[in-house]
Design a protein. Sequence first.
Length: 94
Amino acid sequence: MASKGVKRTAGASQVASQVAVQATQGALCKGCKKVVGSDDKAMQCELCLKWYHLVCIDMEEIVYENIKEESKGGSQLHWFCVDCNGQALEIVGA
């Protein structure tokens, strides 16, 4: 199941580091400007490295959980925010 900004390609870092408990203390969600806590479900854009709460990017929790689960198996998944998605498509030549 694909969601906005989720790409499946080879050769880049896995989304596991992006959907796991985020380690950056005091990171702000680019969408709502509130702190992304270590217990919050959030995604980090692979290009701009900004964090987003799921609700701020309109991502369903089931999609988030599927991404987490697939990343454990070694899938090469990438997530890009709306601002970076076009640039990401240019980089991968899509």
